[in-house]
Design a protein. Structure first.
Length: 406
Protein backbone atom coordinates (compact mmCIF):
# COMPACT_ATOMS: atom_id res chain seq x y z
CA UNK A 1 0.00 0.00 0.00
CA UNK A 2 1.40 3.34 -0.98
CA UNK A 3 1.72 6.11 1.44
CA UNK A 4 1.07 9.70 0.63
CA UNK A 5 3.32 12.53 1.49
CA UNK A 6 1.48 12.99 4.70
CA UNK A 7 2.24 9.49 5.68
CA UNK A 8 -1.41 8.41 5.61
CA UNK A 9 -2.67 5.61 3.47
CA UNK A 10 -4.55 6.58 0.27
CA UNK A 11 -7.40 4.42 1.36
CA UNK A 12 -7.93 6.51 4.35
CA UNK A 13 -8.02 9.65 2.23
CA UNK A 14 -10.47 8.13 -0.19
CA UNK A 15 -12.77 7.12 2.66
CA UNK A 16 -12.58 10.48 4.36
CA UNK A 17 -13.36 12.70 1.41
CA UNK A 18 -16.84 11.33 0.63
CA UNK A 19 -17.66 11.47 4.27
CA UNK A 20 -17.00 15.23 4.48
CA UNK A 21 -19.03 15.84 1.34
CA UNK A 22 -21.94 13.89 2.71
CA UNK A 23 -21.76 15.83 5.94
CA UNK A 24 -21.66 19.10 4.11
CA UNK A 25 -24.56 18.07 1.99
CA UNK A 26 -26.59 16.95 5.00
CA UNK A 27 -25.90 20.22 6.80
CA UNK A 28 -27.18 22.23 3.88
CA UNK A 29 -30.32 20.18 3.74
CA UNK A 30 -31.01 20.72 7.45
CA UNK A 31 -30.46 24.46 7.08
CA UNK A 32 -32.97 24.65 4.26
CA UNK A 33 -35.46 22.66 6.33
CA UNK A 34 -35.12 25.00 9.28
CA UNK A 35 -35.64 28.00 7.01
CA UNK A 36 -38.80 26.45 5.69
CA UNK A 37 -40.10 25.83 9.18
CA UNK A 38 -39.36 29.41 10.22
CA UNK A 39 -41.10 30.76 7.21
CA UNK A 40 -44.18 28.64 7.91
CA UNK A 41 -44.88 30.06 11.43
CA UNK A 42 -47.91 32.47 11.86
CA UNK A 43 -47.49 36.00 13.26
CA UNK A 44 -48.10 35.76 17.06
CA UNK A 45 -49.40 39.36 17.14
CA UNK A 46 -52.51 38.35 15.26
CA UNK A 47 -53.36 35.75 17.92
CA UNK A 48 -52.81 38.33 20.70
CA UNK A 49 -55.24 40.81 19.11
CA UNK A 50 -57.85 38.09 18.71
CA UNK A 51 -57.48 37.09 22.34
CA UNK A 52 -57.82 40.72 23.53
CA UNK A 53 -60.97 41.21 21.48
CA UNK A 54 -62.44 38.05 22.93
CA UNK A 55 -61.61 39.21 26.47
CA UNK A 56 -63.27 42.60 25.87
CA UNK A 57 -66.43 40.89 24.60
CA UNK A 58 -66.50 38.64 27.66
CA UNK A 59 -66.16 41.62 30.03
CA UNK A 60 -69.00 43.49 28.28
CA UNK A 61 -71.30 40.49 28.47
CA UNK A 62 -70.62 39.99 32.19
CA UNK A 63 -70.97 43.73 33.00
CA UNK A 64 -74.23 44.21 31.08
CA UNK A 65 -75.68 41.08 32.60
CA UNK A 66 -74.82 42.31 36.09
CA UNK A 67 -76.43 45.69 35.46
CA UNK A 68 -79.63 44.10 34.19
CA UNK A 69 -79.72 41.73 37.18
CA UNK A 70 -79.19 44.57 39.69
CA UNK A 71 -81.86 46.73 38.06
CA UNK A 72 -84.38 43.91 38.10
CA UNK A 73 -83.60 42.81 41.65
CA UNK A 74 -83.72 46.44 42.91
CA UNK A 75 -87.19 47.05 41.48
CA UNK A 76 -88.63 43.75 42.60
CA UNK A 77 -86.91 43.80 46.00
CA UNK A 78 -87.93 47.38 46.77
CA UNK A 79 -91.55 46.76 45.79
CA UNK A 80 -91.73 43.76 48.09
CA UNK A 81 -90.10 45.76 50.87
CA UNK A 82 -92.66 48.55 50.53
CA UNK A 83 -95.57 46.12 50.70
CA UNK A 84 -94.11 44.34 53.71
CA UNK A 85 -93.45 47.57 55.54
CA UNK A 86 -96.92 48.93 54.75
CA UNK A 87 -98.48 45.84 56.27
CA UNK A 88 -96.30 46.11 59.39
CA UNK A 89 -95.93 49.71 60.57
CA UNK A 90 -94.21 48.53 63.75
CA UNK A 91 -90.97 47.78 61.88
CA UNK A 92 -87.95 48.30 64.08
CA UNK A 93 -85.96 51.51 63.40
CA UNK A 94 -82.27 52.05 63.83
CA UNK A 95 -81.40 52.81 67.45
CA UNK A 96 -79.40 56.00 67.81
CA UNK A 97 -79.15 58.71 70.40
CA UNK A 98 -81.92 61.32 70.08
CA UNK A 99 -79.66 64.23 70.86
CA UNK A 100 -77.17 63.03 68.26
CA UNK A 101 -80.01 62.78 65.76
CA UNK A 102 -80.99 66.42 66.34
CA UNK A 103 -77.39 67.57 65.94
CA UNK A 104 -76.82 65.44 62.85
CA UNK A 105 -79.87 66.68 60.98
CA UNK A 106 -79.21 70.25 62.05
CA UNK A 107 -75.78 69.98 60.42
CA UNK A 108 -77.29 68.90 57.13
CA UNK A 109 -80.01 71.56 57.25
CA UNK A 110 -77.75 74.61 56.95
CA UNK A 111 -78.25 74.86 53.19
CA UNK A 112 -81.91 75.89 53.50
CA UNK A 113 -81.93 77.30 57.00
CA UNK A 114 -81.18 80.89 55.98
CA UNK A 115 -79.49 82.48 58.95
CA UNK A 116 -79.61 79.16 60.78
CA UNK A 117 -81.79 80.50 63.61
CA UNK A 118 -85.32 79.51 64.51
CA UNK A 119 -87.91 82.11 63.65
CA UNK A 120 -91.49 83.28 63.62
CA UNK A 121 -92.56 84.80 60.33
CA UNK A 122 -95.85 86.27 59.19
CA UNK A 123 -96.31 86.52 55.42
CA UNK A 124 -98.64 89.24 54.22
CA UNK A 125 -98.09 89.34 50.46
CA UNK A 126 -100.73 89.12 47.76
CA UNK A 127 -102.17 85.94 46.32
CA UNK A 128 -100.31 84.07 43.64
CA UNK A 129 -101.46 84.84 40.14
CA UNK A 130 -102.49 81.25 39.49
CA UNK A 131 -103.23 78.44 41.90
CA UNK A 132 -101.58 75.88 39.64
CA UNK A 133 -98.24 77.67 39.39
CA UNK A 134 -95.97 75.98 36.86
CA UNK A 135 -92.70 74.38 37.95
CA UNK A 136 -89.99 72.32 36.32
CA UNK A 137 -91.51 68.98 37.36
CA UNK A 138 -91.53 66.06 34.91
CA UNK A 139 -94.97 65.51 33.42
CA UNK A 140 -96.80 62.43 34.60
CA UNK A 141 -94.84 62.30 37.86
CA UNK A 142 -97.89 62.70 40.08
CA UNK A 143 -99.80 59.87 38.42
CA UNK A 144 -96.86 57.46 38.62
CA UNK A 145 -96.15 58.13 42.29
CA UNK A 146 -99.74 58.07 43.47
CA UNK A 147 -100.28 54.49 42.38
CA UNK A 148 -97.56 53.17 44.72
CA UNK A 149 -98.00 55.60 47.63
CA UNK A 150 -101.77 55.82 48.04
CA UNK A 151 -103.11 55.10 51.55
CA UNK A 152 -106.57 53.77 52.27
CA UNK A 153 -107.63 55.82 55.29
CA UNK A 154 -110.47 58.23 55.96
CA UNK A 155 -107.99 60.59 57.64
CA UNK A 156 -105.83 61.03 54.53
CA UNK A 157 -106.78 64.29 52.81
CA UNK A 158 -108.07 63.64 49.29
CA UNK A 159 -107.55 65.94 46.29
CA UNK A 160 -110.26 68.53 45.60
CA UNK A 161 -111.33 70.87 42.89
CA UNK A 162 -111.15 73.78 42.56
CA UNK A 163 -107.79 74.55 44.10
CA UNK A 164 -107.64 77.38 46.64
CA UNK A 165 -105.47 80.46 46.35
CA UNK A 166 -103.04 81.90 48.91
CA UNK A 167 -105.82 83.64 50.81
CA UNK A 168 -106.73 80.21 52.20
CA UNK A 169 -103.52 80.39 54.28
CA UNK A 170 -104.11 83.91 55.58
CA UNK A 171 -105.05 82.70 59.07
CA UNK A 172 -102.94 79.52 59.02
CA UNK A 173 -99.85 78.76 61.09
CA UNK A 174 -97.06 76.55 59.76
CA UNK A 175 -94.98 74.70 62.35
CA UNK A 176 -91.91 72.65 61.54
CA UNK A 177 -88.21 72.11 61.03
CA UNK A 178 -85.86 73.33 58.30
CA UNK A 179 -87.89 71.56 55.63
CA UNK A 180 -90.78 73.84 56.58
CA UNK A 181 -88.40 76.80 56.55
CA UNK A 182 -87.42 75.85 53.02
CA UNK A 183 -91.11 75.76 52.09
CA UNK A 184 -91.57 79.24 53.53
CA UNK A 185 -88.55 80.65 51.70
CA UNK A 186 -88.77 79.00 48.30
CA UNK A 187 -92.27 77.68 47.54
CA UNK A 188 -93.75 81.04 46.56
CA UNK A 189 -96.31 81.11 49.38
CA UNK A 190 -97.36 84.65 50.32
CA UNK A 191 -99.68 84.15 53.28
CA UNK A 192 -99.47 82.53 56.70
CA UNK A 193 -97.52 82.59 59.94
CA UNK A 194 -94.49 80.35 60.41
CA UNK A 195 -93.16 78.92 63.70
CA UNK A 196 -90.07 77.10 62.48
CA UNK A 197 -86.68 76.07 63.75
CA UNK A 198 -83.65 74.22 62.39
CA UNK A 199 -83.47 70.80 64.00
CA UNK A 200 -86.94 71.11 65.55
CA UNK A 201 -88.07 67.72 66.91
CA UNK A 202 -91.22 66.39 68.54
CA UNK A 203 -89.80 66.87 72.05
CA UNK A 204 -89.00 70.55 71.42
CA UNK A 205 -92.52 72.02 71.50
CA UNK A 206 -92.09 73.47 74.99
CA UNK A 207 -88.54 74.74 74.44
CA UNK A 208 -88.01 78.46 73.87
CA UNK A 209 -86.11 78.16 70.61
CA UNK A 210 -88.38 80.11 68.24
CA UNK A 211 -87.00 83.59 67.64
CA UNK A 212 -89.37 86.60 67.74
CA UNK A 213 -89.05 90.37 68.08
CA UNK A 214 -89.85 89.96 71.76
CA UNK A 215 -87.36 87.18 72.43
CA UNK A 216 -87.42 83.43 72.08
CA UNK A 217 -90.64 81.52 72.60
CA UNK A 218 -91.71 77.90 72.46
CA UNK A 219 -94.11 76.55 69.85
CA UNK A 220 -96.80 76.26 72.52
CA UNK A 221 -96.31 79.91 73.47
CA UNK A 222 -96.39 80.90 69.81
CA UNK A 223 -99.81 79.26 69.50
CA UNK A 224 -101.17 81.04 72.55
CA UNK A 225 -101.25 84.59 71.26
CA UNK A 226 -103.69 84.27 68.38
CA UNK A 227 -106.51 81.96 67.28
CA UNK A 228 -105.84 80.31 63.92
CA UNK A 229 -108.14 78.51 61.51
CA UNK A 230 -105.57 75.99 60.36
CA UNK A 231 -102.35 74.42 61.65
CA UNK A 232 -99.87 72.80 59.28
CA UNK A 233 -97.38 70.61 61.12
CA UNK A 234 -94.20 69.15 59.61
CA UNK A 235 -92.17 67.20 62.17
CA UNK A 236 -90.37 63.88 62.19
CA UNK A 237 -87.28 64.38 60.03
CA UNK A 238 -85.28 65.06 63.19
CA UNK A 239 -86.83 62.09 64.97
CA UNK A 240 -85.75 59.32 62.58
CA UNK A 241 -83.19 58.19 65.15
CA UNK A 242 -85.81 58.29 67.93
CA UNK A 243 -85.76 55.27 70.23
CA UNK A 244 -87.51 53.26 71.41
CA UNK A 245 -90.06 53.60 68.62
CA UNK A 246 -92.92 52.68 70.94
CA UNK A 247 -92.43 56.01 72.75
CA UNK A 248 -92.90 58.13 69.64
CA UNK A 249 -96.65 57.65 69.18
CA UNK A 250 -97.76 58.79 72.68
CA UNK A 251 -95.41 61.78 72.55
CA UNK A 252 -96.61 62.83 69.10
CA UNK A 253 -100.24 62.30 70.07
CA UNK A 254 -99.81 64.52 73.13
CA UNK A 255 -98.34 67.27 70.91
CA UNK A 256 -101.46 67.23 68.72
CA UNK A 257 -103.69 67.22 71.79
CA UNK A 258 -101.87 70.25 73.18
CA UNK A 259 -102.23 72.03 69.84
CA UNK A 260 -105.97 71.32 69.94
CA UNK A 261 -106.28 72.67 73.47
CA UNK A 262 -104.56 75.90 72.43
CA UNK A 263 -106.40 76.12 69.09
CA UNK A 264 -109.79 74.36 69.53
CA UNK A 265 -111.27 75.81 66.32
CA UNK A 266 -108.35 74.98 64.06
CA UNK A 267 -108.06 72.15 61.54
CA UNK A 268 -104.76 70.38 62.16
CA UNK A 269 -103.04 69.19 58.97
CA UNK A 270 -100.14 66.84 59.69
CA UNK A 271 -97.63 66.45 56.86
CA UNK A 272 -96.02 63.08 56.29
CA UNK A 273 -92.26 62.91 56.62
CA UNK A 274 -90.96 63.21 53.07
CA UNK A 275 -88.71 60.46 51.75
CA UNK A 276 -84.94 60.96 51.62
CA UNK A 277 -82.40 60.18 48.92
CA UNK A 278 -80.27 57.63 50.74
CA UNK A 279 -77.47 57.86 48.17
CA UNK A 280 -76.81 61.47 49.25
CA UNK A 281 -77.02 61.06 53.04
CA UNK A 282 -73.69 61.85 54.68
CA UNK A 283 -71.78 59.02 56.42
CA UNK A 284 -72.74 58.70 60.08
CA UNK A 285 -76.38 59.65 59.47
CA UNK A 286 -77.56 56.23 58.30
CA UNK A 287 -80.71 56.49 60.44
CA UNK A 288 -81.96 59.01 57.84
CA UNK A 289 -83.32 56.17 55.71
CA UNK A 290 -86.65 55.40 54.10
CA UNK A 291 -87.41 52.39 56.29
CA UNK A 292 -87.43 54.77 59.25
CA UNK A 293 -89.48 57.29 57.25
CA UNK A 294 -92.14 54.66 56.60
CA UNK A 295 -92.12 53.60 60.25
CA UNK A 296 -92.56 57.12 61.62
CA UNK A 297 -95.24 57.94 59.03
CA UNK A 298 -97.17 54.91 60.23
CA UNK A 299 -97.22 56.35 63.75
CA UNK A 300 -98.15 59.84 62.51
CA UNK A 301 -101.09 58.44 60.51
CA UNK A 302 -102.18 56.39 63.54
CA UNK A 303 -102.25 59.54 65.69
CA UNK A 304 -104.41 61.31 63.09
CA UNK A 305 -106.80 58.37 63.00
CA UNK A 306 -107.19 58.53 66.79
CA UNK A 307 -107.91 62.29 66.92
CA UNK A 308 -110.98 63.68 65.15
CA UNK A 309 -109.44 67.13 64.55
CA UNK A 310 -106.24 65.95 62.80
CA UNK A 311 -105.80 64.98 59.12
CA UNK A 312 -102.87 63.44 57.29
CA UNK A 313 -101.26 65.02 54.20
CA UNK A 314 -99.53 62.25 52.25
CA UNK A 315 -96.80 64.30 50.56
CA UNK A 316 -94.98 61.21 49.34
CA UNK A 317 -97.72 60.86 46.74
CA UNK A 318 -95.82 63.48 44.78
CA UNK A 319 -92.26 63.09 46.08
CA UNK A 320 -91.81 59.34 45.74
CA UNK A 321 -89.86 57.99 42.78
CA UNK A 322 -92.35 55.12 42.64
CA UNK A 323 -90.07 52.76 44.57
CA UNK A 324 -90.29 54.16 48.09
CA UNK A 325 -87.51 56.73 47.80
CA UNK A 326 -87.22 60.47 47.17
CA UNK A 327 -87.08 61.53 43.52
CA UNK A 328 -83.39 61.46 42.66
CA UNK A 329 -83.08 65.05 41.42
CA UNK A 330 -85.30 66.66 44.08
CA UNK A 331 -82.55 67.46 46.60
CA UNK A 332 -78.86 68.25 46.77
CA UNK A 333 -78.26 66.69 50.20
CA UNK A 334 -80.93 63.99 50.14
CA UNK A 335 -83.22 65.82 52.60
CA UNK A 336 -83.97 69.44 51.64
CA UNK A 337 -85.95 70.03 48.46
CA UNK A 338 -85.17 72.32 45.56
CA UNK A 339 -87.43 75.32 44.99
CA UNK A 340 -89.39 73.79 42.10
CA UNK A 341 -90.35 70.82 44.27
CA UNK A 342 -91.35 73.12 47.13
CA UNK A 343 -93.60 74.95 44.67
CA UNK A 344 -95.07 71.55 43.86
CA UNK A 345 -95.76 71.06 47.57
CA UNK A 346 -97.62 74.38 47.66
CA UNK A 347 -99.76 73.25 44.73
CA UNK A 348 -100.46 70.03 46.62
CA UNK A 349 -101.68 71.93 49.70
CA UNK A 350 -103.94 74.03 47.50
CA UNK A 351 -105.69 70.95 46.16
CA UNK A 352 -105.78 68.92 49.43
CA UNK A 353 -107.94 70.48 52.11
CA UNK A 354 -110.91 69.96 54.39
CA UNK A 355 -113.90 72.19 53.68
CA UNK A 356 -115.37 74.43 56.36
CA UNK A 357 -118.59 72.45 56.19
CA UNK A 358 -116.80 69.16 56.83
CA UNK A 359 -114.93 70.53 59.82
CA UNK A 360 -118.08 72.14 61.21
CA UNK A 361 -119.76 68.74 61.02
CA UNK A 362 -116.87 67.13 62.89
CA UNK A 363 -117.11 69.79 65.58
CA UNK A 364 -120.85 69.17 65.86
CA UNK A 365 -120.14 65.47 66.35
CA UNK A 366 -117.95 66.28 69.37
CA UNK A 367 -119.86 69.02 71.27
CA UNK A 368 -118.53 68.13 74.71
CA UNK A 369 -114.94 68.30 73.52
CA UNK A 370 -115.36 71.74 71.97
CA UNK A 371 -117.38 73.16 74.89
CA UNK A 372 -114.79 72.08 77.43
CA UNK A 373 -111.89 73.39 75.39
CA UNK A 374 -113.51 76.76 74.77
CA UNK A 375 -114.20 77.22 78.48
CA UNK A 376 -110.58 76.33 79.32
CA UNK A 377 -109.32 78.74 76.67
CA UNK A 378 -111.50 81.56 78.03
CA UNK A 379 -110.31 80.87 81.58
CA UNK A 380 -106.69 81.15 80.54
CA UNK A 381 -107.14 84.11 78.22
CA UNK A 382 -105.03 86.46 80.30
CA UNK A 383 -102.04 84.19 79.77
CA UNK A 384 -102.33 84.18 75.98
CA UNK A 385 -99.21 86.15 75.11
CA UNK A 386 -95.68 85.59 73.95
CA UNK A 387 -93.21 85.33 76.80
CA UNK A 388 -89.71 86.53 76.00
CA UNK A 389 -86.50 85.41 77.63
CA UNK A 390 -86.64 88.47 79.89
CA UNK A 391 -90.13 87.53 81.11
CA UNK A 392 -91.89 90.23 79.11
CA UNK A 393 -95.02 89.40 77.15
CA UNK A 394 -96.82 91.02 74.25
CA UNK A 395 -100.19 90.40 72.68
CA UNK A 396 -100.26 89.81 68.94
CA UNK A 397 -102.43 91.68 66.52
CA UNK A 398 -104.98 89.17 65.29
CA UNK A 399 -105.04 90.66 61.81
CA UNK A 400 -101.30 91.05 61.27
CA UNK A 401 -100.03 87.79 62.75
CA UNK A 402 -96.52 87.54 64.17
CA UNK A 403 -93.75 89.82 62.93
CA UNK A 404 -90.47 88.17 62.01
CA UNK A 405 -87.40 88.86 64.09
CA UNK A 406 -84.94 87.11 61.77
Amino acid sequence: MEKTDSGRPDEVLENKTPSRKKTASGSGSNSRSRKKRRGGKADPGRYLIARLLGLVCLVLVVFEGNVIYRLFSHRVGTSVEIMNTASNPQTEGLLTDSAAADTAVSTQEDSLAGSGSSSVVALAGGDLAEADQESDIPSGLFEESTSSESIDSAKVVKPRSPSVDDSYFNNAVFIGDSRMEGFRNSSGITQGTFLTGVGLAVNDMDKQIISTADGNVSVYQGLSGHQYDKIYLMLGANDLGYYPWDDFLPVFRSVLQQFHELQPNAIIYVCSVIYVDETKIAPGFEYDNNDNVRTINGYILEACEELWYAWYLNLNEIFSDGYGELISDASSDGIHLYANYLAMMLDYLKTHYITDEEFAQEMANHPDDIANLVSETDAGEEDDSFIGDDGSGTDDDASDGVVSAS
